[in-house]
Design a protein around this ligand. Structure first.
Ligand code: SF4
Length: 606
């Protein structure tokens, strides 16, 4: 359903009532269900949003690079208000959450296609292209260039594995010389010959001690084993799903892996399918990476032609597996694996109750493994070189390497791959960061690290991360960083459960109140109460972690909050006298008696 709605919108610019009528008749699905699904995803529109739908990326790094000023410039040039559609119905301009272009921002999406490196000149050109109604296909191609920015490769980003090598190794055959790069040849001595079939492949993954790279760090081998051992009812099958819905603000490593290492990812998915006995796989690609859809489909097609996907892979009778790509539509919560599965099934992306877990009751209630893009890429390396080799890299509890998406205040933003155990200080030195005040590791739901902690290390023993590494120098206001993250959580709350839906909105209001200079120490207690409520009663991780950026920055950067505490006790969240301005204007009164004087009530009593 999500794919159909997305295609309707691509063809018609929005999902009109007439389109819904036709879908209802063709698919036999009730109108309310179609509208319910479309209404969930922020990139699907049930109202016209213009021929050009422009969304400015609004991550904290976009803010640091001046995205709001550029948005104002475009709006005033096009004579429209942010969030509205122009009177002639041509264009709308609004904000969206992080688009995964933090290393080359500020960025925007036009009809879901990313434009990076925005500048005043580029904004003026875009305004002209819109005004002249120039088809998107005729806009300058360099607008849409997205660079990889690989700064420090290791075993994964430095891999030159030829397509099929990992699968051959998994099946117990050495790669043919014709398919081996010079780099590969040097690996040959270490190649574990005769991994010998699905069970042995699973053993290698367990031996590698590979843990999920999406942040939670669950042991991959155990997940695959549970799926492999899950009983199948009649007509059921197993599924492999790659979670490429990287929406955590500050992370963009999956974008690069899918751009330049797609074979490695698909090879890892195929090895997983071989291991658990799955015949069908999905890549769930975030809507912000729409531009990758055709190139990735081309890679899949090539792999089918080369006998690496489809029926009898590598000529092994019965080794059937194929992958299709599903595109997300702007819902951060779909990065949660059960919400992702709901979305794959064509529903609203609401996280499921767990247990049961996807390994037994996943896609269409059938056994499913869901792993991150980087996890599958690592699995392909393990299939090729063996678990022991992989486990020897990194630390005792964090085997292998981690790819970090480095952005913010540094000279060389981009991807850095390190064996686990690297210190924050080392990463800062490598990327050319100076005068650093803080690093936000793993996005808003992660941890904010101050200078006293820069010797802490990346790894499951200390600071686990999905990959975001956002740097703030001493010129940055850490209160505003936290406020941006709180706005993000409020925007992305799926609204399913009341504590998160209401709690994130209240938290946002509290931070806005402080921003407006109406704060008091009372608000610290309110934030703590909100945290307890969200932690204990939210349905999923988004609600559980929504207060993290505020609590972390209060603890480590308290002066940034205290300077906003203009009163010692309770202060109203808004200015009552100011709120009555419209009434005074309507009644034509502006005499002293028409004003509220705060002192009359006593400070803090309003
Ligand atoms: Fe949705 Fe928030 Fe509830 Fe998660 S905690 S299900 S995001 S409302």
């Amino acid at each position: 359903m999500v794919q159909i709605l997305r295609e309707v919108q691509e063809a018609c610019d929005w999902i009109s009532p007439e389109a819904i009528d036709r879908l209802q008749a063709t698919l036999g699905v009730p109108r309310t269900k179609i509208e319910g699904v479309a209404g969930f995803y922020s990139f699907l529109y049930l109202q016209p949003r213009g021929k050009y739908r422009i969304l400015f990326s609004d991550n904290i790094t976009d803010r640091m690079q001046g995205n709001l000023t550029l948005m104002e410039r475009l709006c005033s040039s096009l004579w429209i208000e942010p969030g509205k559609v122009s009177e002639d119905g041509l264009v709308s301009v609004d904000k969206t959450s992080c688009t995964g272009m933090c290393d080359q921002g500020p960025a925007l999406l036009v009809n879901n296609l990313a434009i990076t490196r925005l500048s005043e000149a580029r904004i003026d050109e875009i305004a002209e292209l819109v005004r002249s109604n120039t088809p998107l296909a005729e806009w300058p191609a360099d607008y849409f260039t997205v660079d990889d920015h690989i700064r420090l490769p290791d075993i994964l980003l430095g891999s030159q594995m030829a397509p099929g090598d990992a699968l051959r190794a998994a099946h117990g055959r050495a790669p043919s010389d014709g398919l081996m790069s010079s780099n590969m040849r040097s690996w040959r001595e270490g190649l574990p010959t005769g991994l010998g079939g699905p069970a042995a492949m699973l053993d290698e993954i367990k031996r590698a001690n590979l843990r999920g790279r999406g942040g939670a760090g669950f042991t991959t081998g155990l997940k695959w084993e549970a799926c492999r051992n899950a009983p199948l009812k009649s007509g059921q099958q197993r599924f492999v799903v790659c979670n490429a819905d990287e929406g955590e603000p500050g992370t963009f490593k999956d974008r690069v892996l899918l751009t330049s290492y797609a074979d490695l990812v698909f090879e890892g998915m195929t090895a997983a399918a071989y291991s658990v006995g799955a015949r069908r796989g999905f890549l769930y690609l975030r809507g912000e990476y729409r531009y990758l859809l055709e190139p990735l489909n081309a890679v899949l097609e090539r792999r089918r032609k080369d006998g690496l996907l489809g029926a009898d892979i590598l000529g092994i009778p019965g080794a059937d597996f194929d992958i299709e790509i599903h595109l997300g539509a702007g819902a951060y919560v779909c990065g949660e694996e059960s919400a992702l599965i709901e979305s794959l099934e064509g529903k609203r992306g609401t996280p499921r109750n767990r247990p049961p877990f996807p390994v037994t009751n996943g896609y269409l209630d059938q056994p499913t493994i869901v792993n991150n893009v980087e996890t599958f890429a690592a699995a392909a390396l393990i299939a090729l070189k063996g678990g022991e080799w992989y486990a020897s890299i990194g630390t005792k509890h964090s085997a292998g390497t981690k790819v970090l998406s480095v952005s913010g205040d540094c000279e060389r933003p981009g991807l850095y791959e390190y064996p686990f155990g690297v210190s924050i200080r080392q990463v800062l030195a490598d990327c050319g960061a100076r005068d650093t005040q803080a690093v936000q590791v793993s996005g808003p739901s992660g941890i904010c690290v101050g200078p006293a902690e820069f010797d802490r290390t990346i790894g499951f023993e200390d600071i686990p991360t999905a990959g975001a590494f956002t740097i703030f120098d001493n010129s940055r206001d850490m209160f505003e960083v936290a406020r941006n993250y709180v706005h993000f959580f409020q925007h992305e709350s799926c609204g399913f459960c009341t504590p998160c839906r209401v709690g994130t909105a209240l938290l946002k209001n509290l931070m806005d109140k402080l921003h407006n200079g109406c704060g008091s120490p009372y608000d610290f207690a309110e934030i703590e109460k909100m945290n307890q409520l969200l932690q204990s009663t939210s349905h999923c991780g988004l609600g559980h972690t929504a207060c993290n950026p505020v609590l972390d920055t209060i603890e480590k950067f308290r002066p940034a909050y205290e300077k906003r505490m203009t009163r010692k006790d309770f202060a109203p969240a808004f200015d009552l006298d100011q709120a009555l301005a419209a009434a005074r204007q309507m009644t034509g009164r502006d005499d002293p008696g028409a004003h509220i004087i705060a002192e009359e009530f006593g400070e803090g009593s309003a």
